[in-house]
Design a protein around this ligand. Sequence first.
Ligand code: ARG
Length: 286
Amino acid sequence: MDIADSAIPGAQTRPHTTVDRTARHRRFVMIRPTHFAVDYVINPWMDLSTPVDTARAVAQWEALRQAYIDLGHTVDEVDPAPGLPDMVYAANGAMAVGGRAVVARFAHAERAGEAPAHAAWMLDHGFVSVQTRHTNEGQGDLLLVGATILAGYGFRTDRRAHHEVADHLQVPLVSLELVDPRFYHLDTALAVLDDESIAYYPPAFADHSLATLRRLYPHAIEVASADAYALGLNVVSDGLNVVMPAAATGFADQLRQHGFRPVGVDLSELLKGGGSVKCCTLEVHS
Ligand code: ARG
């Protein structure tokens, strides 16, 4: 499934000093954390003994939504459903590119009930959508960089689903193996900054995948542990503005040096479920 280097825009990335950053309008789907809680443990960030303040989670989420609107982006909402406390992590629900969508098949039974809401949204908005035979957790593990999908496997999305995703969406795909359970989704270990720029946390990847990343994106930003452990890579960029966890201050400095504008938000309540900015944001790619 891996494709030739020459087909990947990032392979030709110029040194950052020569690049002019520009924002592009984005379309997002979000789900209000009305029913957010930590009721079960399916990743190392979740701890049943830590109290969750749902009202605070809603306020933090509302600030994230407002940040997107202030930047001029479009935000659609899917209604939250009781009994699905992780539904706020909308990124996991689907992957949509150019009128086609793949709806999630969740790894854990606790989240399976979220998929129909995403399927309904995609149907209502004219997307030709399928659900894969094998497990896929949408944009948790499937990230579009320019015309290429970077796809994680190892914890949630089944590598066999990568072929199904690439076939249905008709987008070339590069598979990357995740090895650290703290970074169980690709979007916790790798950030897409624009059509050819990424940032990532090297220890989250198997050696062969690290070699792939270094070959394809020689100018990528590599982040330090302190930022990765604040889920600093779980960001949403419009090509210029990078909406990100405010605690990842080292990564914010790196972004500034590369000509991006970090926009810090506090999603500390949602971190208790193992997610941050990107997890809460499903991007609908045109
Ligand atoms: N508690 C959720 C889970 O473990 C968090 C999902 C975070 N989402 C993401 N895109 N990384 O599934």
